[in-house]
Design a protein around this ligand. Structure first.
Ligand code: FAD
Length: 318
Protein backbone atom coordinates (compact mmCIF):
# COMPACT_ATOMS: atom_id res chain seq x y z
CA UNK A 1 0.00 0.00 0.00
CA UNK A 2 1.29 3.45 -0.88
CA UNK A 3 2.10 5.68 2.08
CA UNK A 4 3.00 9.32 2.50
CA UNK A 5 6.66 8.22 2.53
CA UNK A 6 6.38 6.90 -1.05
CA UNK A 7 5.48 10.32 -2.48
CA UNK A 8 8.15 11.82 -4.72
CA UNK A 9 8.92 15.55 -4.51
CA UNK A 10 6.21 16.27 -1.92
CA UNK A 11 4.98 19.85 -1.61
CA UNK A 12 2.94 20.62 1.49
CA UNK A 13 -0.20 22.66 0.83
CA UNK A 14 -2.16 24.18 3.71
CA UNK A 15 -5.88 23.95 2.92
CA UNK A 16 -7.66 27.02 4.30
CA UNK A 17 -11.11 26.53 5.76
CA UNK A 18 -14.15 28.74 5.32
CA UNK A 19 -15.85 30.14 8.46
CA UNK A 20 -18.29 27.24 8.35
CA UNK A 21 -15.43 24.74 8.36
CA UNK A 22 -15.35 23.57 4.71
CA UNK A 23 -12.20 23.57 2.50
CA UNK A 24 -11.82 27.10 1.09
CA UNK A 25 -12.37 27.84 -2.63
CA UNK A 26 -8.62 28.62 -2.91
CA UNK A 27 -7.78 24.91 -2.46
CA UNK A 28 -7.88 23.98 -6.16
CA UNK A 29 -5.48 26.76 -7.15
CA UNK A 30 -3.03 25.95 -4.35
CA UNK A 31 -2.93 22.28 -5.31
CA UNK A 32 -2.64 23.29 -8.97
CA UNK A 33 0.31 25.56 -8.18
CA UNK A 34 2.01 22.85 -6.11
CA UNK A 35 1.49 20.25 -8.84
CA UNK A 36 3.69 22.35 -11.14
CA UNK A 37 6.72 21.63 -8.93
CA UNK A 38 6.03 18.26 -7.36
CA UNK A 39 3.32 16.18 -5.71
CA UNK A 40 0.87 18.23 -3.65
CA UNK A 41 0.33 16.89 -0.14
CA UNK A 42 -2.67 18.65 1.38
CA UNK A 43 -2.66 19.43 5.09
CA UNK A 44 -6.33 19.48 6.06
CA UNK A 45 -8.00 20.31 9.36
CA UNK A 46 -10.53 17.49 9.40
CA UNK A 47 -10.91 13.95 8.04
CA UNK A 48 -14.00 14.88 6.07
CA UNK A 49 -11.85 17.22 3.91
CA UNK A 50 -9.82 14.30 2.52
CA UNK A 51 -12.12 13.50 -0.41
CA UNK A 52 -12.34 17.12 -1.48
CA UNK A 53 -8.54 17.48 -1.38
CA UNK A 54 -8.13 14.27 -3.44
CA UNK A 55 -10.72 15.45 -5.98
CA UNK A 56 -8.73 18.67 -6.40
CA UNK A 57 -5.45 16.85 -6.98
CA UNK A 58 -3.82 16.08 -3.63
CA UNK A 59 -1.37 13.22 -4.14
CA UNK A 60 -1.31 12.71 -0.38
CA UNK A 61 -3.30 14.08 2.55
CA UNK A 62 -2.22 14.80 6.10
CA UNK A 63 -5.07 15.29 8.55
CA UNK A 64 -3.91 17.52 11.38
CA UNK A 65 -6.34 19.49 13.49
CA UNK A 66 -5.82 22.37 15.89
CA UNK A 67 -3.76 25.51 15.37
CA UNK A 68 -2.70 25.69 11.70
CA UNK A 69 0.90 26.71 12.44
CA UNK A 70 1.22 23.78 14.86
CA UNK A 71 -0.31 21.48 12.21
CA UNK A 72 2.13 22.58 9.50
CA UNK A 73 5.07 22.44 11.89
CA UNK A 74 4.16 18.80 12.61
CA UNK A 75 3.73 18.08 8.89
CA UNK A 76 7.17 19.53 8.10
CA UNK A 77 8.67 17.34 10.81
CA UNK A 78 6.88 14.32 9.34
CA UNK A 79 7.88 14.59 5.68
CA UNK A 80 10.76 16.16 3.84
CA UNK A 81 8.92 18.73 1.75
CA UNK A 82 10.32 20.70 -1.19
CA UNK A 83 8.17 23.75 -0.37
CA UNK A 84 5.19 24.81 1.70
CA UNK A 85 2.37 26.50 -0.20
CA UNK A 86 -0.35 28.59 1.44
CA UNK A 87 -2.98 31.04 0.32
CA UNK A 88 -2.13 34.75 0.56
CA UNK A 89 -5.27 35.05 2.69
CA UNK A 90 -5.37 36.67 6.12
CA UNK A 91 -4.90 33.28 7.77
CA UNK A 92 -2.36 32.04 5.21
CA UNK A 93 -0.13 35.08 5.68
CA UNK A 94 -0.34 34.77 9.43
CA UNK A 95 0.60 31.09 9.43
CA UNK A 96 3.36 31.54 6.81
CA UNK A 97 5.15 34.16 8.89
CA UNK A 98 4.95 32.21 12.12
CA UNK A 99 5.94 28.96 10.43
CA UNK A 100 8.96 30.63 8.82
CA UNK A 101 10.20 31.74 12.24
CA UNK A 102 9.64 28.33 13.81
CA UNK A 103 11.09 26.34 10.93
CA UNK A 104 13.88 28.90 10.32
CA UNK A 105 12.81 28.84 6.69
CA UNK A 106 12.59 31.53 4.01
CA UNK A 107 9.20 33.02 3.26
CA UNK A 108 8.12 34.38 -0.15
CA UNK A 109 4.81 36.23 -0.16
CA UNK A 110 2.16 37.03 -2.75
CA UNK A 111 3.52 34.79 -5.51
CA UNK A 112 1.55 34.59 -8.76
CA UNK A 113 3.26 31.38 -9.93
CA UNK A 114 5.78 28.82 -8.74
CA UNK A 115 8.27 26.83 -10.76
CA UNK A 116 11.50 24.97 -10.22
CA UNK A 117 14.93 24.76 -11.82
CA UNK A 118 17.95 22.57 -11.13
CA UNK A 119 18.65 24.49 -7.91
CA UNK A 120 15.20 24.36 -6.38
CA UNK A 121 11.83 26.06 -6.10
CA UNK A 122 11.27 29.56 -7.47
CA UNK A 123 8.45 31.94 -6.54
CA UNK A 124 7.33 34.45 -9.19
CA UNK A 125 5.94 37.81 -8.07
CA UNK A 126 4.30 40.73 -9.84
CA UNK A 127 5.43 43.93 -8.11
CA UNK A 128 5.25 47.72 -8.31
CA UNK A 129 1.78 47.64 -9.67
CA UNK A 130 2.57 44.83 -12.06
CA UNK A 131 5.34 46.86 -13.72
CA UNK A 132 7.98 44.25 -12.87
CA UNK A 133 8.03 40.48 -12.65
CA UNK A 134 10.53 39.30 -10.05
CA UNK A 135 11.56 35.87 -8.88
CA UNK A 136 12.69 34.78 -5.44
CA UNK A 137 14.28 31.59 -4.17
CA UNK A 138 15.46 30.38 -0.80
CA UNK A 139 19.20 29.99 -0.30
CA UNK A 140 18.56 27.21 2.20
CA UNK A 141 15.73 24.79 2.92
CA UNK A 142 12.19 24.55 1.56
CA UNK A 143 10.63 27.97 0.93
CA UNK A 144 7.27 28.90 2.45
CA UNK A 145 5.24 30.55 -0.30
CA UNK A 146 1.92 32.39 -0.15
CA UNK A 147 -0.04 32.46 -3.42
CA UNK A 148 -2.10 35.46 -4.54
CA UNK A 149 -5.76 34.52 -4.75
CA UNK A 150 -7.05 34.19 -8.30
CA UNK A 151 -3.59 34.13 -9.87
CA UNK A 152 -3.31 30.41 -10.67
CA UNK A 153 -5.27 28.88 -13.55
CA UNK A 154 -3.68 25.43 -13.48
CA UNK A 155 -5.60 22.68 -11.73
CA UNK A 156 -4.25 19.27 -10.78
CA UNK A 157 -6.18 16.19 -11.88
CA UNK A 158 -8.21 14.25 -9.32
CA UNK A 159 -6.32 11.51 -7.46
CA UNK A 160 -8.25 8.28 -6.88
CA UNK A 161 -7.02 7.15 -3.46
CA UNK A 162 -4.12 9.20 -2.19
CA UNK A 163 -2.30 8.00 0.94
CA UNK A 164 -3.79 9.60 4.04
CA UNK A 165 -2.08 10.02 7.38
CA UNK A 166 -3.49 11.38 10.62
CA UNK A 167 -1.05 13.45 12.68
CA UNK A 168 -1.42 14.30 16.33
CA UNK A 169 -0.65 17.96 16.79
CA UNK A 170 -0.49 18.72 20.48
CA UNK A 171 -0.94 22.44 21.08
CA UNK A 172 2.50 24.02 21.22
CA UNK A 173 1.24 26.92 23.36
CA UNK A 174 3.38 29.14 21.12
CA UNK A 175 1.99 32.53 20.25
CA UNK A 176 -0.49 32.66 17.43
CA UNK A 177 -3.27 34.91 16.25
CA UNK A 178 -6.77 33.52 16.18
CA UNK A 179 -9.96 34.94 14.79
CA UNK A 180 -11.96 36.12 17.79
CA UNK A 181 -15.40 36.39 16.28
CA UNK A 182 -16.39 36.11 12.66
CA UNK A 183 -19.47 38.02 11.66
CA UNK A 184 -20.60 37.37 8.09
CA UNK A 185 -21.87 40.51 6.38
CA UNK A 186 -25.03 39.55 4.48
CA UNK A 187 -24.41 40.08 0.80
CA UNK A 188 -26.63 42.79 -0.62
CA UNK A 189 -26.35 41.41 -4.14
CA UNK A 190 -26.18 38.12 -5.96
CA UNK A 191 -23.02 39.19 -7.79
CA UNK A 192 -19.81 37.25 -7.22
CA UNK A 193 -17.32 38.43 -4.61
CA UNK A 194 -14.67 40.76 -5.98
CA UNK A 195 -11.87 38.67 -4.46
CA UNK A 196 -11.44 35.56 -6.56
CA UNK A 197 -14.05 36.57 -9.18
CA UNK A 198 -13.39 35.24 -12.70
CA UNK A 199 -14.76 38.45 -14.27
CA UNK A 200 -14.68 41.99 -12.95
CA UNK A 201 -16.29 45.10 -14.39
CA UNK A 202 -14.86 48.23 -12.74
CA UNK A 203 -15.89 51.84 -13.01
CA UNK A 204 -14.00 55.06 -12.39
CA UNK A 205 -14.56 58.77 -12.08
CA UNK A 206 -15.56 58.79 -15.75
CA UNK A 207 -18.97 57.42 -14.70
CA UNK A 208 -19.71 60.83 -13.24
CA UNK A 209 -22.19 60.05 -10.44
CA UNK A 210 -23.53 57.30 -8.18
CA UNK A 211 -26.69 57.06 -10.33
CA UNK A 212 -24.73 56.66 -13.53
CA UNK A 213 -22.45 54.07 -11.88
CA UNK A 214 -25.43 51.73 -12.37
CA UNK A 215 -24.06 51.26 -15.90
CA UNK A 216 -21.09 49.38 -14.40
CA UNK A 217 -23.48 47.14 -12.48
CA UNK A 218 -25.60 46.52 -15.58
CA UNK A 219 -22.59 45.33 -17.57
CA UNK A 220 -21.40 43.26 -14.60
CA UNK A 221 -24.80 41.55 -14.43
CA UNK A 222 -24.83 40.89 -18.17
CA UNK A 223 -21.47 39.11 -17.76
CA UNK A 224 -22.06 37.51 -14.35
CA UNK A 225 -19.14 39.61 -13.11
CA UNK A 226 -18.16 41.26 -9.82
CA UNK A 227 -18.20 45.05 -9.54
CA UNK A 228 -14.93 46.92 -8.97
CA UNK A 229 -14.08 50.61 -8.80
CA UNK A 230 -11.23 53.07 -8.79
CA UNK A 231 -10.46 55.02 -5.67
CA UNK A 232 -11.69 58.21 -7.31
CA UNK A 233 -15.09 56.57 -7.83
CA UNK A 234 -15.13 55.37 -4.22
CA UNK A 235 -14.01 58.75 -2.84
CA UNK A 236 -16.72 60.45 -4.88
CA UNK A 237 -19.30 58.18 -3.23
CA UNK A 238 -20.35 56.30 -6.38
CA UNK A 239 -19.83 52.93 -4.69
CA UNK A 240 -18.71 51.44 -1.35
CA UNK A 241 -15.02 51.12 -0.47
CA UNK A 242 -15.31 47.30 -0.48
CA UNK A 243 -15.31 47.57 -4.30
CA UNK A 244 -12.06 49.52 -4.57
CA UNK A 245 -9.39 47.82 -6.65
CA UNK A 246 -5.76 48.81 -6.26
CA UNK A 247 -2.94 49.52 -3.90
CA UNK A 248 -5.21 50.56 -1.06
CA UNK A 249 -8.07 48.31 -2.11
CA UNK A 250 -8.47 44.73 -3.25
CA UNK A 251 -6.00 42.96 -5.56
CA UNK A 252 -7.71 40.88 -8.22
CA UNK A 253 -6.46 38.50 -10.93
CA UNK A 254 -9.60 37.65 -12.90
CA UNK A 255 -9.79 36.09 -16.34
CA UNK A 256 -11.44 39.27 -17.60
CA UNK A 257 -11.18 42.84 -16.24
CA UNK A 258 -13.18 45.57 -17.91
CA UNK A 259 -12.20 49.11 -16.90
CA UNK A 260 -14.85 51.76 -17.63
CA UNK A 261 -13.87 55.43 -17.36
CA UNK A 262 -10.71 54.58 -15.41
CA UNK A 263 -7.50 56.40 -16.35
CA UNK A 264 -5.11 53.66 -15.20
CA UNK A 265 -3.12 55.30 -12.40
CA UNK A 266 -0.26 53.18 -11.09
CA UNK A 267 -2.10 52.66 -7.79
CA UNK A 268 -5.10 51.24 -9.65
CA UNK A 269 -2.98 49.04 -11.90
CA UNK A 270 -1.31 47.61 -8.79
CA UNK A 271 -4.52 45.77 -8.03
CA UNK A 272 -5.53 44.47 -11.44
CA UNK A 273 -2.56 44.26 -13.78
CA UNK A 274 -2.29 40.48 -13.42
CA UNK A 275 -5.78 40.03 -14.91
CA UNK A 276 -5.56 37.62 -17.86
CA UNK A 277 -7.46 39.83 -20.30
CA UNK A 278 -7.91 43.56 -19.78
CA UNK A 279 -10.47 45.57 -21.70
CA UNK A 280 -10.56 49.36 -21.35
CA UNK A 281 -13.22 51.80 -22.49
CA UNK A 282 -12.13 55.42 -22.14
CA UNK A 283 -12.77 58.54 -24.18
CA UNK A 284 -9.15 59.67 -23.85
CA UNK A 285 -6.97 57.76 -26.33
CA UNK A 286 -3.89 58.68 -24.27
CA UNK A 287 -5.22 57.26 -20.98
CA UNK A 288 -2.49 55.05 -19.41
CA UNK A 289 -4.97 52.17 -19.00
CA UNK A 290 -4.58 51.53 -22.75
CA UNK A 291 -0.88 50.73 -22.19
CA UNK A 292 -1.84 47.52 -20.39
CA UNK A 293 -5.15 46.78 -22.12
CA UNK A 294 -5.47 43.75 -24.41
CA UNK A 295 -8.49 45.37 -26.04
CA UNK A 296 -9.27 49.06 -25.95
CA UNK A 297 -12.23 51.12 -27.08
CA UNK A 298 -11.73 54.87 -27.37
CA UNK A 299 -15.21 56.14 -26.72
CA UNK A 300 -17.81 57.36 -24.30
CA UNK A 301 -18.88 54.66 -21.84
CA UNK A 302 -22.48 55.88 -22.05
CA UNK A 303 -22.47 55.19 -25.79
CA UNK A 304 -20.35 52.04 -25.93
CA UNK A 305 -21.52 50.09 -22.87
CA UNK A 306 -25.28 50.07 -23.62
CA UNK A 307 -24.47 48.67 -27.08
CA UNK A 308 -22.24 46.05 -25.48
CA UNK A 309 -25.02 45.03 -23.06
CA UNK A 310 -27.52 44.81 -25.94
CA UNK A 311 -25.12 42.61 -27.90
CA UNK A 312 -24.50 40.36 -24.87
CA UNK A 313 -28.24 40.04 -24.22
CA UNK A 314 -28.89 39.18 -27.87
CA UNK A 315 -26.14 36.59 -27.75
CA UNK A 316 -27.54 35.08 -24.54
CA UNK A 317 -30.99 34.66 -26.17
CA UNK A 318 -29.60 32.74 -29.16
P1 FAD B 1 -9.40 59.70 -13.22
O1 FAD B 1 -7.93 59.58 -13.13
O2 FAD B 1 -10.00 61.04 -13.03
O3 FAD B 1 -9.80 59.12 -14.63
C1 FAD B 1 -11.10 59.17 -15.12
C2 FAD B 1 -11.03 58.66 -16.55
O4 FAD B 1 -12.33 58.58 -17.07
C3 FAD B 1 -10.22 59.54 -17.48
O5 FAD B 1 -9.22 58.75 -18.11
C4 FAD B 1 -11.24 60.04 -18.49
O6 FAD B 1 -10.72 60.13 -19.80
C5 FAD B 1 -12.29 58.95 -18.43
N1 FAD B 1 -13.63 59.39 -18.78
C6 FAD B 1 -14.31 60.47 -18.32
N2 FAD B 1 -15.56 60.48 -18.81
C7 FAD B 1 -15.67 59.39 -19.61
C8 FAD B 1 -16.72 58.85 -20.40
N3 FAD B 1 -17.93 59.41 -20.43
N4 FAD B 1 -16.47 57.72 -21.10
C9 FAD B 1 -15.24 57.12 -21.08
N5 FAD B 1 -14.24 57.59 -20.33
C10 FAD B 1 -14.44 58.70 -19.60
N6 FAD B 1 -6.61 54.47 -7.04
C11 FAD B 1 -7.24 53.30 -7.21
O7 FAD B 1 -8.02 53.13 -8.17
N7 FAD B 1 -7.07 52.29 -6.30
C12 FAD B 1 -6.25 52.41 -5.22
O8 FAD B 1 -6.16 51.46 -4.44
C13 FAD B 1 -5.56 53.63 -5.04
N8 FAD B 1 -4.71 53.80 -4.00
C14 FAD B 1 -4.00 54.96 -3.90
C15 FAD B 1 -3.04 55.08 -2.88
C16 FAD B 1 -2.31 56.24 -2.79
C17 FAD B 1 -1.29 56.34 -1.69
C18 FAD B 1 -2.52 57.30 -3.69
C19 FAD B 1 -1.71 58.55 -3.59
C20 FAD B 1 -3.47 57.19 -4.68
C21 FAD B 1 -4.23 56.03 -4.80
N9 FAD B 1 -5.18 55.87 -5.80
C22 FAD B 1 -5.79 54.66 -5.97
C23 FAD B 1 -5.62 57.00 -6.63
C24 FAD B 1 -5.01 57.02 -8.01
O9 FAD B 1 -3.79 57.72 -7.98
C25 FAD B 1 -5.96 57.74 -8.99
O10 FAD B 1 -6.24 59.02 -8.51
C26 FAD B 1 -7.28 57.02 -9.24
O11 FAD B 1 -7.04 55.67 -9.56
C27 FAD B 1 -8.01 57.69 -10.39
O12 FAD B 1 -9.26 57.10 -10.56
P2 FAD B 1 -9.99 57.18 -11.98
O13 FAD B 1 -9.14 56.55 -13.02
O14 FAD B 1 -11.37 56.69 -11.79
O15 FAD B 1 -10.12 58.75 -12.18
Amino acid sequence: MTTIDDITAPVLVLVDTTPDGAPAPSTGALLGAAAAIGTPVAVVAAADHVNRAAALGAGGVIVAGGDRTDALTAAIARIRTDAVVLSHSVEGREVAARLAVRARAAVAVDAVRISRDHEGVIAHHSVYGGAYDVVSAATFGPPIITIRQGSIDARAGAVASPPVEHLDTPASQRRSARFGTLTPIPSSSSRPDLRGAARVVAGGRGLGSAEKFALVEDLADALGAAVGASRAAVDAGYVAHAHQVGQTGVSVSPQLYIALGISGAVQHKAGMQTAKTIVAINKDADAPIFEIADFGVVGDVFTVVPQLITALDANAKR
